[in-house]
Design a protein around this ligand. Structure first.
Ligand SMILES: *[C@@H]1O[C@H](CO)[C@@H](O)[C@H](O)[C@H]1NC(C)=O
Ligand SMILES: *[C@@H]1O[C@H](CO)[C@@H](O)[C@H](O)[C@H]1NC(C)=O
Ligand SMILES: *[C@@H]1O[C@H](CO)[C@@H](O)[C@H](O)[C@H]1NC(C)=O
Ligand SMILES: *[C@@H]1O[C@H](CO)[C@@H](O)[C@H](O)[C@H]1NC(C)=O
Length: 589
């Protein structure tokens, strides 16, 4: 977490000064909670959340300290190391106490091996970890985050935690934090050895939340690089398979520039969250924070930031009428599937196009959902061909004009472009890249096509590899939505058809939504949807019913098969009546 602790009492004063509307309600309940909890270990009652490995938000919600599982509502004290600072933290209304653990006399002749509360370079302290834990556990219900800057203190500290946990004293979430990988702009700083750190946690205190980050340094704006894809992949390789919940402490100022990668990382596991932190002098922008907020579910990000930025950000973040900015390549969850909503509730909206006398205009039902645009190419002599959505009475509705008209549209929606002729692919992506760079595309964007590939080569459709290559070359920030040609589906989704599609999409970092026809799905082996969803944690399936040669019975069966496989990762591009006939209460998740 770098040198955020270079801060003084100023941040603390700001924190007190921060006037947030919701803080009032929280403060009142905190006062009540604090008064009720003077006695040791009273309070935490819901056994499942009174555990060191419990989710921090579940715990705080159960105590009534936050009203909903929203990381924005959690408040923090850091550097609660010395006895004074610890007391200050205990009497504050923050919900989580963060403190640094070091080894007494580290690397001197006087090294004792005793874990003490000190931030390096300090190697002495008036507070030992033992005393800190005894005090904090008996006098508060605050969550605990212990930050390790070197490996030596980790083993003894985890041993101590385990003893207290065995004695039934640690009935609250505990986060164990260390920077274990080299991160942005810090070529020389030495992280805590990742393998040894993770091994110690698994061996000595596995019932915890891992908080693992990258060393960072902030340089002048022009010289400061964001996190890279490789850094995030390296971290995922380390913790992808551990059983613990994992939160990644990330330096807020370097996150937005790397958002495609963070979007990818958060989608890799439901166990993952981010904890944004700020260096004392980092010039944090409220817009960047709002962008992160808009593109994540509320329970996936904690905001451990300084005032006055924190209050400014909170005020705007909680404003429901604020205009939001979405990442085109993100999943639909934050925008269209709040709180893990069932994919069945998502609608596909087909616009009508009419002429107003001078131009073709697009009208849509006043609903939330994915707006479906079929994109063709209009060839005009002596000009570059133009992607169009419709040509009507001599007026053409270009893709660009459609998207600009949509940009004004309020509500919750994304746009699903279906490339109706192969030559329209690259011009469409070029249009998307341009509009996105101008800020006119603040919504999830899907680019789909019926593709021709492997065992489903059918002339006239978009070449499968060309779809992948063009997206990668021109505008990679989309969800890729490939489907199979009708011509090959008469016997259902045969094994080889699925295998070849999976191979085609193998290694894509983007979300992929496989477009399936209900009828042929009803004629297939029952594992088709499961195989497609297993392609990556970001994969989804969209079932439609436009295959003309399917019997109603096969269609119904296909829909039920999809429904039974998964609830949140299967969407239905069907008329409302047909969606409403599907059973609501089956499916996993
Ligand atoms: C070790 O402790 C002794 C006695 O307290 C002190 O005199 C000495 O300076 C310390 N040595 C180091 C390297 O800190
Ligand atoms: C971390 O420790 C392991 C095991 O002791 C060692 O093999 C590895 O090289 C160390 N990694 C780094 C980056 O020093
Ligand atoms: C909420 O945001 C809208 C649009 O930006 C703004 O007009 C309004 O004043 C904001 N409301 C509050 C309470 O800040
Ligand atoms: C028709 O629609 C276009 C595009 O939205 C707009 O610029 C134009 O003013 C409209 N014309 C009339 C007569 O409403």
């Amino acid at each position: 977490m770098g040198c955020r602790e270079c801060c003084s009492g100023r941040a603390f004063k700001w924190a007190l000064a921060g006037g947030v509307i919701t803080a009032l309600a929280v403060a009142v309940s905190m006062v009540i909670a604090l008064t009720l909890n003077q006695g040791p270990q009273s309070g935490c009652e819901v056994d499942a959340v009174c555990r060191p490995e419990a989710d921090m938000l579940d715990y705080l919600v159960s105590l009534g300290q936050v009203s909903s599982p929203d990381g924005l509502l959690v408040s923090w004290t850091h550097g609660a190391n010395s006895r004074d600072k610890m007391e200050e933290g205990l009497s504050s209304n923050s919900m989580v106490l963060e403190a640094d653990v070091n080894t007494e006399g580290l690397n001197t002749a006087n090294e004792t091996g005793v874990p003490i509360m000190a931030h390096p370079p300090a190697i002495y302290s008036d507070n030992t970890l033992q005393h800190w834990l005894e005090t904090v556990l008996s006098r508060s219900q605050k969550g605990i985050k212990l930050d390790f800057k070197s490996l030596k203190a980790v083993g003894p500290s985890l041993g101590l935690l385990q003893q207290l946990t065995d004695a039934g004293r640690v009935r609250r979430p505990v986060w164990i934090n260390a920077d274990i990988l080299p991160g942005p702009n810090s070529p020389i700083s030495i992280p805590v050895n990742a393998t040894q750190f993770l091994a110690l946690v698994q061996e000595k205190y596995p019932r915890t939340t891992l908080s693992v980050g990258w060393t960072t340094r902030y340089l002048a704006p022009l010289h400061t690089r964001p996190y890279t894809k490789a850094m995030l992949e390296e971290m995922h390789a380390l913790v992808g398979a551990v059983p613990q919940k994992v939160t990644f402490p990330v330096r807020a100022v370097m996150v937005r520039g790397a958002w495609p990668h963070f979007s990818w990382l958060l989608d890799q596991s439901e166990r993952y969250t981010l904890t944004l932190w700020q260096g004392r002098a980092d010039p944090m922008s409220v817009d960047d924070l709002l962008y992160i907020r808009d593109n994540t579910e509320a329970h996936r990000v904690y905001y451990d930031l300084f005032e006055p930025i924190l209050s400014q950000f909170k005020q705007q973040a909680l404003n429901a009428t604020r205009k939001q900015m979405y990442y085109t390549g993100g999943s639909l969850k934050p925008l269209l599937q709040p709180q893990g909503a069932d994919g069945l509730s998502l609608e596909w909206l087909v616009p009508e196009v009419h002429s107003n006398g001078t131009a073709a205009v697009l009208t849509l039902p006043d609903k939330d959902g994915m707006i479906l645009l079929d994109v063709h190419l209009q060839r005009v002599a002596a000009r570059d061909p133009v992607p169009v959505v419709r040509v009507l009475e001599g007026h053409s509705l270009t893709l660009e004009s459609s998207l600009l008209q949509l940009a004004m549209r309020p509500g919750r929606w994304g746009v699903h472009m279906n490339i109706a002729e192969p030559e329209a692919l690259r011009p469409t992506l070029t249009t998307l890249a341009r509009l996105s760079s101008l800020g006119h595309l603040p919504r999830p964007v899907w680019v789909g096509a019926t593709v021709s590939h492997g065992s489903f080569v059918v002339p006239g459709h978009v070449d499968g590899r060309e779809l992948i290559t063009a997206v990668a070359d021109i505008f990679p920030h989309v969800t890729v939505a490939p489907g199979w040609p009708e011509e090959v589906l008469d016997g259902g989704y045969r094994e080889q058809l699925v295998t070849d599609m999976l191979k085609l999409c193998q290694g894509l970092w983007q979300p992929v939504s496989f477009q399936l026809q209900a009828g042929p799905l009803g004629q297939s082996k029952t594992d088709v949807v499961a195989r497609l969803l297993a392609a990556s944690p970001r994969a989804t399936v969209t079932v439609q019913n436009s295959h003309t040669r399917s019997s109603p019975a096969a269609v119904q069966l296909g829909l039920l098969v999809a429904r039974a496989e998964d609830r949140s990762r299967v969407y239905y591009r069907l008329p409302r009546g047909q969606r409403q006939n599907l059973p609501a209460d089956v499916g996993r998740n």
